[in-house]
Design a protein around this ligand. Structure first.
Ligand SMILES: C[S@@+](CC[C@H](N)C(=O)[O-])C[C@H]1O[C@@H](n2cnc3c(N)ncnc32)[C@H](O)[C@@H]1O
Length: 196
């Protein structure tokens, strides 16, 4: 069967009031690796249109906090636990912004960031890797020991190299292609557990 933009997960997301079908990828990862907990402080990199943020808000309880960032605005989520930055991650002044929010360390860093695809495989893979490297550096700077990291990568020859970089930061590193990922997609999720 070919690509169907309105597949089962698309319809399910609509029925359950999620902003995107990609929520089910995070749900599968979370159910398997227990990423998100009550009262967590989470950063959602590449948050728009907002389904991962919606999922997090459902699972962090009243004392949790969520910080989202994206090049594209997230306008529909209104929640006192949610701060959203309409910004490029490469331009973000994290030390200043996190200090303003009085956040020192994070429990979870999520990155579903993806470049605008050009159709040129090597270019798209290189840009995806660059976003993942940025997310991993962010996690090195702000994730607490024991914290968790989830990152989407377009599969490429650099996959192993990136996994090795993650292994320097996390006691356990897993790779997963959730069932809700479209069959034609080359994306893979890397999960870092128990930050050193
Ligand atoms: C697949 S979407 C994320 C979907 C989101 N997780 C959800 O569930 O709604 C990927 C996002 O990465 C964002 N992105 C790509 N490059 C970025 C950058 N340099 N800074 C911030 N966001 C970026 C894109 O704007 C896009 O919205």
């Amino acid at each position: 069967m070919g690509y169907n933009p309105k597949d089962h997960f698309f319809k399910k997301a609509k029925a359950e009031d999620y902003l995107a079908r990609s929520v089910y990828k995070l749900q599968e990862i979370d159910e398997k690796y227990k990423i998100i907990r009550n009262s967590d402080i989470i950063v959602d990199l590449g948050a728009s249109p907002g389904s991962w943020s919606q999922y997090c808000l459902k699972h962090i309880g009243q004392n949790g906090r969520l910080i989202g960032i994206d090049l594209t605005d997230v306008t529909v989520i209104k929640d006192p636990r949610y701060i959203f930055y309409h910004e490029d991650i490469f331009r973000m002044n994290w030390p200043e912004e996190l200090a303003k929010l009085n956040v020192q360390k994070l429990d979870v860093v999520l990155s579903d960031m993806a470049p605008k695809t050009t159709g040129i495989k090597l270019t798209d893979q290189a840009r995806s890797l660059e976003l993942c490297q940025m997310a991993l550096q962010f996690s090195a700077d702000y994730l607490r020991p024991g914290g968790k990291f989830v990152c989407k990568l377009f599969h490429s020859e650099q996959f192993k190299e990136f996994q090795i970089a993650m292994k320097k930061q996390f006691k356990r590193v897993e790779a997963m292609k959730p069932d809700s990922t479209r069959k034609i997609s080359k994306e893979i999720f890397l999960i870092g557990l128990d930050k050193i």
